[in-house]
Write a new protein. Structure first.
Length: 164
């Protein structure tokens, strides 16, 4: 059996990070996902609001780096849960259990946001930014580059039509 789902959308709210009684991190958030087609009468694209649940390290990652409005790509599985409301009525909910969550936009595309964590607890004391390690010298750094030789002939005859 196969149960895989990939979604791309914007967070409708900041992720909510909680912990189970045993201390396992769980984050929940909602993605607004536009459909691929537009309504014929209005021209608008319908939007689906999909509940997402992330566990453990993925939950920590999402709660630290994602905020309302950020584009996210979620890879996971669809899960149907049965539960009872306050009045004792049986209810059923569909949600996606996220295995992986990726950035769907760039730092530049977000509303002035950054990829810096929302809290600085992940950094060593006294540091509030991340500096990547210095590049190490490769044994190929002192090898002269070979001259570029084109083995392809340039086409000058362009009829403007695509071949397919």
């Amino acid at each position: 059996m196969l149960n895989r789902i990939v979604l791309m959308g914007r967070l409708t709210r900041d992720p909510e990070l909680r912990r189970t009684q045993s201390g396992t991190a769980v984050a929940s958030f909602t993605l607004a996902v536009d459909r691929d087609f537009a309504d014929k009468s209005t021209g608008n694209r319908p939007t689906d609001f999909i509940d997402i649940v992330a566990w453990r390290g993925t939950a920590e990652f999402v709660s630290r780096y994602f905020t309302k409005g950020r584009m996210a790509v979620v890879e996971g599985r669809l899960q149907i849960r049965d539960w009872q409301d306050r009045d004792g009525n049986k209810r059923r909910s569909a949600e996606v259990v996220a295995d992986n969550v990726y950035f769907g936009d760039s730092k530049r595309d977000s509303d002035g946001g950054s990829y810096a964590p929302r809290n600085n607890s992940a950094y060593p004391a006294g540091g509030s930014s991340y500096a990547p390690p210095a590049p190490q010298q490769s044994s190929y750094d002192n090898v002269p580059a070979a001259p570029l030789v084109s083995e392809f002939a340039e086409l000058s005859d362009d009829d403007g039509e695509l071949p397919f």
